[in-house]
Design a protein around this ligand. Sequence first.
Ligand SMILES: C[S@@+](CC[C@H](N)C(=O)[O-])C[C@H]1O[C@@H](n2cnc3c(N)ncnc32)[C@H](O)[C@@H]1O
Length: 222
Amino acid sequence: MQPEETILPFSLKYDATHCQAYFDKHRASASRRVSNYLEQRMANKALQIATNVSSCLDLPCGTGRFWDRLFLSGVQDLIAADYSQDMLDIAARVRPLEQVTKTKLLRTSAFAIDLPDQSVDLLFCMRLLHHIGMPEDRSTILKEFSRVARGEILVSLWVDGNLQASRRKKKEAKRIRTSYQNRFIVPADQFEAEVTSGAGLEIVGHVDLLPGISMWRTYILR
Ligand SMILES: C[S@@+](CC[C@H](N)C(=O)[O-])C[C@H]1O[C@@H](n2cnc3c(N)ncnc32)[C@H](O)[C@@H]1O
């Protein structure tokens, strides 16, 4: 049975204007293009570890930033899903027609995915979990991912144990929080316990964007 759908405040900010800005952001400057390149490289390494990528759920797909990578890695049936219909509309408009026609677009939430059990070989989740601050919410999402995926689950998030995380934590300690926090670093040990003891998944491996430097890590779970 699917869990109740949780709606977090951050999920509601992705209207048409914000989605267009999100699409533009990754191409805006040389540094953004480099970070996009490094993230694609991290995703590619993780995809190479996955055993079967024939059918894939890209959730959240955003504007389809990873579709090229997924098709190049051997994905044949792609379901691209997102909570925001505006994101899906932009993806359908900005991505090449041959990719759009091969892709099934689905508006759904990671908390209650509108797909039957074991629908896809691979679940591909980039840039969602760093928005999820509560362990119980991560647990609901991880269990939902393992319900829908037959094989591996690739998830990226921010972890500690690197230069960027130490700097960010120092800044956060000084800042007086006045508004809703929408991005979080999760201690790697804590996340790994949530995955294994909590969600009953196996950690196959992980790929760091820049080991020791960047907070971005992609886990390959099974
Ligand atoms: C930072 S973007 C990442 C998009 C894409 N994976 C990428 O890296 O370009 C976060 C995405 O999560 C989506 N989102 C927010 N809440 C969600 C939820 N509960 N279920 C599924 N998607 C959600 C947003 O609409 C947005 O497209």
